[in-house]
Design a binder for this molecule. Sequence first.
Ligand SMILES: O=P(O)(O)OC[C@H]1O[C@H](OP(=O)(O)OP(=O)(O)O)[C@H](O)[C@@H]1O
Length: 260
Amino acid sequence: METDFIDKMPCHNQQLNNSESPEHAAKHVRFARSSESCQNDDEPCENVTMNDTQPQIGPQLKLLPLNDQIRELQTIIRDKTTSRGDFVFCADRLIRLVVEEGLNQLPYSECTVTTPTGHKYEGVKFEKGNCGVSIMRSGEAMEQGLRDCCRSIRIGKILIQSDEETQKAKVYYAKFPPDISRRKVLLMYPILSTGNTVIEAVRVLTEHGLQAKHIILLSLFSTPHGAQSIVKEFPDITILTTEVHAVAPTHFGQRYFGTD
Ligand SMILES: O=P(O)(O)OC[C@H]1O[C@H](OP(=O)(O)OP(=O)(O)O)[C@H](O)[C@@H]1O
């Protein structure tokens, strides 16, 4: 049935694991319990699954569907024994998956093409009028993944630094395409911890005339608090991520760029 099919599509706030076999669902539970915050099997795990977070955070938060491939990439990124080469390789793979799903959230229009055999094919084409914005520096790690999918996409940049004591974020630099207020923006930042960096970035974008409803935030890991704070400040934003967990891998930028 068509409705059933739509329900199983990724990133539409559906309870994606509901359709799984009990064996597969159990496998995911086991993976979730083996995550960073779980010391032993008797302790409650802090891993927050999609089903748990959706009612608290709202439909603005879209998680990539959990599968073993994504869990492995998350695990390697979190593992302190991972070499830098493996870290960057796996981070780039996870980034690519998020970017691909981010592009899925943008508008497409219907079109007809002619095949080499002369047949008409009813397809879709990507609408123009999008751009990327990366938050320096770890957001820059996501730029290549976006360029690999959209060769000539414009990419703006924002530099935001957080005060280590107060965690207050300050904007140092911002450069966007001149017509950014008329575009849909893929805002790139891999780790949402307090959410302050992204909140400040979105504030700058809105000061340039962009509406939050035209922003899709691409991230890899988020804390529940980070996502909640962003949604509270900008209820029209869309957040795409692979995991909501109480402990975010905040070493990401240092490991990715080799400054650890
Ligand atoms: O959601 P927030 O609390 O604002 O934090 C988001 C990220 O920013 C910090 O990284 P850092 O300052 O090292 O920035 P960088 O990774 O971009 O270099 C922090 O370690 C998180 O990874």
